[in-house]
Design a protein around this ligand. Structure first.
Ligand SMILES: Nc1ncnc2c1ncn2[C@@H]1O[C@H](COP(=O)(O)OP(=O)(O)O)[C@@H](O)[C@H]1O
Ligand SMILES: [Mg+2]
Length: 253
């Protein structure tokens, strides 16, 4: 495996976001490096999903700077986000597949939406993406006929079909058994090795963190409370970090 490049892909500085009366993000500083798998952990409801939504313009900051592959995305107009969304694919919680479309149709959708009309090209790229997630044999099935793990893989294929440089995964392992969860982890690693894809993965699965993360960011109270390698996480003297990774309840919350 080639060592991840060290140049930044996503840079966040002093990001603040209030939703309703709640101050969710209170000065996030975070750099995601090109080619790395950065795993984002932290208690539920602390703003992990909210943070990722800012990367692709689904939420806008109240304050702060965000650059994606060198482009300052704060202040971009909605239609100016198209090139950013082409570079950054997303696998949302639940997968969000269209129930009335086959696996192929779901995977082709982002290409068609992006204006690709060459049928041959669509077919080729969809086939390539499905092969990568090992779903080629199931391409004519409807989502209702897929297992939970297969639905996630279909979502991954859809996230990469536009040749994204980066994929954001929101809890890709939630609701999956350990074996299927491991398959998803392997997919993330395969995309990193084969295409040098940058991944940001929100997860509660510490096993998965210690298995595939290059670095880990721990979000708490609206800031990145800890950032480091899995080994540094394990060795961290910080009590809140240890409580979280050991799954202990934390009264300091
Ligand atoms: N669109 C929204 N409007 C108002 N509040 C929201 C919205 N999205 C998320 N929140 C609130 O922001 C907080 C962080 O949510 P979220 O980012 O989903 O947490 P998590 O870390 O579990 O992903 C939660 O309190 C949630 O209720
Ligand atoms: Mg979330």
């Amino acid at each position: 495996m080639s060592a991840p490049e060290k140049s930044p892909f996503i840079v966040v500085r002093g990001l603040h976001k209030k939703l309703g009366s709640q101050e969710i993000l209170r000065g996030i500083d975070l750099t995601v490096l090109k080619g790395e798998t950065l795993m984002l952990i932290g208690p539920s409801g602390e703003g992990k999903t909210v943070l990722m939504k800012h990367f692709i313009g689904l939420m806008r900051p109240d304050q702060g700077e965000i650059t994606v592959d060198g482009v300052n995305v704060v202040g971009l107009r909605e239609r100016e986000f198209a090139p950013v969304r082409k570079k950054v694919g997303v696998l949302f919680q639940g997968g969000a597949l269209f129930d009335n479309m086959t696996v192929e149709g779901n995977v082709a959708f982002p290409l068609i939406e992006a204006g690709v009309r060459d049928y041959q090209e669509i077919r080729q790229r969809v086939d390539e993406a499905l092969e990568l997630v090992e779903l080629s044999e199931h391409k004519t099935k409807l989502p209702v006929n897929l297992s939970g793990g297969m639905r996630k893989r279909c979502g991954i294929a859809r996230a990469i079909v536009g040749r994204a440089d980066c994929i954001l995964y929101d809890e890709p392992n939630s609701g999956l058994d350990p074996i299927v969860s491991d398959v998803i982890d392997q997919m993330i690693v395969r995309l990193q090795k084969r295409y040098g894809i940058t991944s940001v993965v929100v997860t509660h699965d510490m096993k998965s963190v210690f298995k595939i993360a290059n670095r880990v960011a721990f979000l708490k109270r609206g800031v990145i409370h800890f950032l480091g390698t899995p080994e540094e996480l394990r060795q961290s003297p910080d009590e809140e970090v240890q409580n979280f990774i050991e799954g202990r309840s934390d009264v300091t919350g």
